[in-house]
Design a protein around this ligand. Structure first.
Ligand SMILES: [Zn+2]
Length: 255
């Protein structure tokens, strides 16, 4: 069964690599890092219609200016019908740890504005919000009534349970093979709220960055063991979760 990669930075691959990746999947949620990246994904989608786009601003980089934020918001509204989500958006957990966040306020404001925009244009969000940042994102999602996909999710059990109870979705990467925190997420999250992803071209030990179907397959194997389910049932459910969360059924009907 061909699967969905629910979170990949497709614009960071070469054209040849993308041509190699596309036949390996049923579809991808291609997440942007900024406006230029969103534009490149829209160009790619013209060639490969199974690319579903999340347009947004990745938080683990220097903050964008007010003008840049407005340009991004305008572009998202203009291209609403080519998009499946607002993303990747979130908070700079790793930059903060390196002491490189100058304005926590600034990042929080960008996140809030983009979640508010998602509500306005009726799209879900692809979130980079791990550990304590998940709680902050959770409050914003609740306030604006937006559905969230917490990608490569990791958090303390108390936070994890709140995200589960709120009905949001979470995804795990091939680090489920060795990372106890990721295995914990797969254990705790009901299979109905789980998706799988590579976060490519992020390097996962033992895999080439374009070996998407191999990576997805290994994650399914691990989830099968953790959930004590049949592999086919796991694969089917994970596939349907991505289609449901990103409303891909509706998109197909419109085509
Ligand atoms: Zn990402």
């Amino acid at each position: 069964m061909l699967m969905y990669d629910s979170h990949i930075h497709l614009d960071q691959y070469t054209d040849a690599e993308i041509a190699n990746i596309m036949p390996q999947v049923e579809g991808v949620i291609a997440v942007a890092t900024d406006l230029n990246s969103s534009k490149r994904l829209l160009e790619l989608r013209k060639r490969y219609p199974v690319i579903q786009i999340a347009a947004g601003f990745h938080p683990e980089q220097p903050l964008l200016s007010a003008d840049e934020l407005n340009a991004l918001k305008r572009w998202i509204k203009q291209h609403r019908h080519d998009l499946s989500a607002v993303g990747e958006i979130g908070l700079p957990q790793y930059l903060r740890r390196e002491g490189k966040v100058q304005s926590e306020e600034g990042y929080l404001n960008v996140l809030e504005e983009l979640i508010q925009l998602a509500a306005e244009v009726d799209l879900p969000v692809a979130l980079h919000a791990v550990y304590s940042d998940a709680e902050t994102a959770l409050h914003l999602l609740e306030h604006y009534k937006v559905r969230g996909h917490f990608h490569w999710f990791k958090a303390a059990d108390a936070t994890l349970n709140k995200v589960i109870a709120a009905g949001h979705y979470m995804s795990v990467t091939p680090d489920i093979l060795w990372n106890d925190k990721t295995r914990r997420v797969a254990e705790q999250v009901p299979i109905s709220q789980l998706m799988i992803e590579t976060d490519g071209p992020w390097p996962h030990t033992g895999f080439g960055k374009s070996e998407i179907s191999d990576m997805l397959s290994v994650i399914i194997n691990e989830v099968t063991v953790i959930k004590k389910m049949k592999r086919d049932a796991v694969a089917h459910t994970l596939r349907m979760n991505t289609r449901t969360f990103y409303r891909l059924e509706a998109l197909d009907e419109n085509r």
